[in-house]
Design a protein around this ligand. Structure first.
Ligand SMILES: NC(=O)N[C@@H](CC(=O)O)C(=O)O
Ligand SMILES: [Zn+2]
Ligand SMILES: [Zn+2]
Length: 423
């Protein structure tokens, strides 16, 4: 196994130091004779990023992404672990499918791929899936989600919350009251009225979050809210957390930056669920992330094949790429707040997903060497054709972003060096 000496690296913005990686962990042995020396001056070391919400599309839509191509995109984005959403084909609602995804992740060997299990059979919202069988499978599933769809039936949601309590699992809810979003094409507001598109009102998200925090409180179980997008949702979460409800929440990079005005050009690259909201929602989400009301940044990386995206707005699938641009977007929004970035993009997501070994303290010898090196001063232009994802649906094409991932290490093995994936 290769040893590395990262010379003059800044750990989370601290004074430059030498960091030695050996036998898969951070080592106190500074000598490092046989180590490969990496000139890391000007680079910042972060614990490897952890994404609690990634769509890898395998099995079923390998034309859009595979576990391998998505893992490569993740490593290039500074990630060492991603949680793979269950809305594949077949749906990840059995031990067999989650074990398949888990095995494919191991074979790709670029990031830890932690499968998420479906809450209901076929994501149909009718019958609970075999949560226990997925939890005790080799994939060791702890997060369950029907993402793409809301678990709308309150009784089913209650039962699922109760069920996962036994093994400290968590239900990750795609909060969307389906009756309020029928036919929705974008955020309901001034812009949707002007464009004549049916809107998804903020209350369709907020009503479900309000219901679910009450259910979670009632049964004393863990709830995680996917892709929070409105100021009203933040207020519901603020109140729930103040009462001690076991709720965590995520926000995507795109909801921290983009607004519904972008729908005006009818370019489906900006079509996503939940939809891009207003400037005041964006401001509230940023503040909530700073306050810790929103716990983590999650990409909701949602690759789609060209024919599913480059068509009329109404027919285009919702979703956008995220893995390779997440850290640069967060850097552009918040600046070099390294402790904040490490917490919201690595430490807290690792805790929510139960991924021991990720989000560790890089200043301590013995910490598993899951980390990434960022050049915060480097600027780069997003070129959809230059991304490692198999899909091209990035909303940031042509945008100049700060922060280039120079290297990523998974348990001491380089997955990215010189800004390139090693395999
Ligand atoms: N975010 C999206 O717009 N799409 C996601 C599903 C989801 O996250 O709800 C997808 O799977 O494509
Ligand atoms: Zn969703
Ligand atoms: Zn999603």
């Amino acid at each position: 196994m290769m040893a590395y000496l990262l010379k003059g690296v800044s750990i989370l913005g601290a004074e430059p130091t030498d960091l030695f990686i050996k036998d898969g962990v951070i080592s106190s042995d500074k000598a490092g004779k046989d180590a490969e020396v990496i000139d890391a001056s000007g680079l910042v070391a972060l614990p490897g990023l952890v994404d609690v919400h990634t769509h890898l599309r395998e099995p079923g839509r390998e034309d859009a992404e595979t576990v391998e191509t998505g893992s490569r995109a993740a490593a290039l984005g500074g990630y060492t672990a991603v949680c793979a959403m269950a809305n594949t084909s077949p749906v990840a609602d059995t031990a067999g499918v989650v074990e398949q995804v888990w095995r494919l992740g191991r074979e790709a060997g670029l990031v830890d791929v932690q499968p998420i299990g479906a809450v209901t059979v076929g994501l149909a919202g009718k019958q609970m899936a075999e949560l226990g069988a997925m939890a005790t499978s080799a994939a060791n599933v702890r997060i369950f989600s029907d993402d793409g769809f809301c678990v709308a039936d309150p009784k089913l949601m209650r039962r699922a919350l109760e069920y996962v309590k036994a093994f400290d699992g968590v239900i990750a809810q795609h909060a969307e009251e389906p009756r309020l979003t029928e036919g929705a094409q974008m955020h309901e507001g001034e812009v949707s009225t002007r464009l004549g598109l049916t809107g998804w009102p903020a209350v369709a998200e907020e009503a479900i979050i309000a219901r679910d925090v009450l259910l979670a409180e009632h049964v004393g179980s863990r709830l995680h809210v996917c892709h929070v997008s409105t100021a009203g949702s933040v207020e519901v979460l603020r109140q729930a957390k103040a009462r001690g409800v076991r709720v965590t929440a995520e926000v995507t990079p795109h909801h921290l930056l983009l607004t519904d005005e972008l729908a005006a050009g009818y370019d489906p690259v900006f079509k996503v669920n939940p939809p891009l909201r207003t400037r005041s929602d964006v401001e509230a989400l940023r503040q909530a992330l700073l306050d810790g009301i929103i716990d983590v940044v999650a990409t909701d990386h949602a690759p789609h094949a060209v024919q599913d995206k480059e068509c009329e707005w109404a027919y285009a699938r919702p979703g956008m790429l995220g893995l390779e641009t997440a850290l640069p977007i967060v850097l552009s929004v918040f600046g070099e707040q390294w402790d904040l970035i490490a917490d919201r993009m690595s430490i807290a997501p690792a805790r929510i997903a139960g991924l021991a070994g990720h989000g560790g303290d890089l200043t301590k010898a013995g910490t598993p060497a899951n980390l990434t090196l960022v050049d915060p001063k480097a600027r780069w232009v997003v070129d959809p054709g230059g991304l490692a994802s198999r899909s091209r649906n990035t909303p940031y094409a042509g945008l100049t972003l700060p922060g280039r991932i120079v290297a990523t290490f998974l348990r001491g093995e380089a997955t990215v060096l010189d800004g390139k994936a090693v395999k």
